[in-house]
Design a protein around this ligand. Structure first.
Ligand SMILES: Cc1cc2nc3c(=O)[nH]c(=O)nc-3n(C[C@H](O)[C@H](O)[C@H](O)COP(=O)(O)OP(=O)(O)OC[C@H]3O[C@@H](n4cnc5c(N)ncnc54)[C@H](O)[C@@H]3O)c2cc1C
Length: 291
């Protein structure tokens, strides 16, 4: 199918973009990588009257470390996240997660801002953002605001972004010493969306106790889910196999999957959440011990 007709804009600055958003509001859509928007327009599940292409705005794909944060421009492509030396050093969980997204074509076009704004519960990067306690910065014609990962995902395909807001930047804390990470993804075949995904990041003190635990889940709820019970089972305790098994068990309780005729039953997804959380925490612990 072909999309319904629309008027196309290609602003060259954030200010031009936000004034277009102010003028057209919810009748307009931002076009970033187009990997999710174009298919839904072709299927006519979305038919915006105005398309605002942000590929011509310079600076929206910048990557820089500032203080204790890594700042990632919204137009940073998944391939750049996966391969950038800065991201691999400062936020390796994001790099590892990006490497699991779709196929090379999707990773060459898709952007972190588009992925988070799209709020697909099967999106991999949302789980990593939750595990890292990251945040996004948005701009509208009249104000700028910061939304924490915990407040970003409201419902399936519904984020906290207003219709007049542009997501401009993603911020995550830089990896601390004695920290480990992992993104584990179960997929039916290479390049598929997740059946289950588990993003983990942990930090240890000198005695091997867990002082930070972040766990985000993919494809087991109406949004990406933060596994709070599993995190609580880890923090303040020695991080060993027994603690990991208990946390993985708790993670399956954090998950709230629904029956998915393509990718598995509720019971299967809960069980796989447990298995993949256990694998993820085991690898994260190994990595933390080496750093
Ligand atoms: C074949 C295929 C396989 C895929 N597999 C995976 C996978 O395994 N894992 C995964 O996580 N994803 C997967 N994706 C989705 C992919 O990651 C997309 O890149 C992502 O969901 C959307 O990013 P985009 O830049 O293409 O956004 P677009 O498609 O351009 O936009 C998506 C939505 O976000 C809005 N938007 C975009 N940018 C902004 C912004 N800066 N501010 C405000 N709103 C904005 C748009 O208006 C639109 O509503 C797949 C896609 C395809 C086509």
């Amino acid at each position: 199918m072909t999309p319904r007709s629309f008027e196309y804009f290609s602003p060259s600055s954030v200010r031009q973009c936000t004034s277009l958003l102010k003028r057209y509001g919810s009748r307009a859509k931002i076009l970033a990588g187009g990997m999710s928007l174009i298919p839904v327009m072709k299927l006519r599940l979305a038919s915006p009257a105005y398309l605002i292409d942000i590929n011509g705005i310079s600076g929206l794909d910048s990557l820089r470390q500032s203080g204790g944060s890594l700042r990632i421009g919204a137009m940073t492509r998944h391939h750049e996240l996966e391969t950038s030396r800065l991201v691999r050093r400062s936020a390796p969980l994001l790099a590892e997660t990006a490497s699991w997204i779709g196929d090379p074509q999707v990773r060459n076009r898709g952007t972190i801002g588009g992925s988070l704004a799209h709020s697909d519960p099967s999106g991999d990067l949302g789980a990593a953002l939750l595990a890292l306690r990251g945040e996004v910065r948005t701009k509208s014609a009249s104000k700028e605001r910061v939304i924490s990962a915990d407040d970003l995902f409201l419902d399936t395909f519904t984020s906290a972004l207003g219709g007049n807001e542009l997501l401009v930047e993603v911020r995550v804390p830089v990896l601390k010493p004695k920290s480990g990470w992992s993104y584990q993804k179960l997929e039916r075949k290479s390049g598929d969306f997740a059946t289950v995904g588990v993003a983990t990041q942990i930090s240890l003190d000198d005695g091997g106790n867990c002082v930070y635990a972040g766990i985000g889940l993919t494809a087991v709820g109406p949004t990406n889910v933060r596994a709070r019970k599993a995190e609580s089972a880890l923090v303040g305790r020695p991080l060993d196999e027994r603690t990991i098994v208990e946390a993985a068990e708790a993670a399956s309780g954090d998950a709230s999957p629904t029956m998915d005729p393509l990718r598995g039953s509720i019971e299967y997804k809960r069980e796989m959440t447990k298995v993949f959380c256990r694998r993820g925490l085991t690898l994260a612990l190994e990595r933390a011990k080496r750093r």
